[in-house]
Write a protein of this length. Structure first.
Length: 244
């Protein structure tokens, strides 16, 4: 079976056989064609075709598809093909340029793709460390987590009747965070009444001036927006994985 032999879809073999006369003519009339016949097709066309099939399937089921989802699926397909022995002329990165080209090749408008807007400016940091978010809810065990092992959540979860930060919760979390960092660290915080300033070993608290939260607080400068966007992206990815 040619498809299995060359690690491509049956449709790719069918397309080649359908256009065989064109390829043979190219072979016979092009100088040095006996050494190589190059079909003018993207070097990652196999990935393009697989992603497009998934795109059509998702749209037929009214599943919203973002550019991030397309890139994630494309990378997954690339790794799967590479592990299966398919050789590519270069490394596939599923870049923004690839997504743009993919939409152009298949006539997909930007209105069809529900991509999140993102700034092109990136801060270059030599090293970073990401800690679990601290989430406060009203219920000690929400219904959606009734069978969940709370100690294995990807967040630090706590609760009270109002789902608000309290001085006790703040200090307990600060002491935990202080034990996790092994170098002098500045922590920015707003002037919430629950934000006390306990004695810490590694962390120095710096409080933002009053009435400037919406102007300079990092959360209001993009962290909340990006957190929600990433949450929606992960939620859609889970829907798609469940469909597949």
């Amino acid at each position: 079976d040619l498809a299995n032999q060359y690690h491509v879809d049956r449709s790719t073999i069918s397309n080649i056989l359908r256009d065989k006369d064109k390829y043979l003519q190219l072979y016979n009339t092009t100088p040095h064609a006996q050494q190589r016949v190059r079909v003018q097709k993207g070097q990652f066309h196999i990935i393009d075709e697989a992603v497009y099939k998934l795109f059509l399937e998702f749209r037929s089921q009214n599943v919203p598809v973002s550019q991030d989802i397309l890139k994630t699926k494309a990378l997954s397909i690339y790794e799967h093909l590479k592990d299966g022995g398919v050789e590519f002329p270069s490394t596939f990165n599923a870049s923004n340029g690839w997504v743009f080209g993919f939409q152009q090749r298949f006539g997909i408008s930007s209105k069809t793709i529900s991509g999140e807007s993102e700034s092109a400016d990136k801060a270059a940091v030599e090293s970073t460390r990401k800690f679990k978010p601290f989430i406060i809810g009203k219920s000690a065990r929400p219904l959606c987590m009734k069978t969940t092992n709370m100690s294995k959540l990807p967040v630090h979860y706590s609760n009270n009747k109002t789902a608000w930060m309290t001085e006790t919760k703040w200090e307990n979390w600060l002491k935990w965070l202080d034990s996790q960092v092994n170098q002098p660290t500045i922590l920015l915080a707003d002037n919430c009444t629950a934000h006390s300033s306990p004695r810490l070993q590694n962390i120095k608290l710096e409080f933002l001036p009053p009435h400037t939260t919406s102007v300079i607080q990092p959360c209001d400068a993009g962290i909340i927006k990006n957190f929600k966007a990433n949450y929606r992206k992960l939620l859609v990815k889970k829907w798609i994985d469940d469909i597949e």
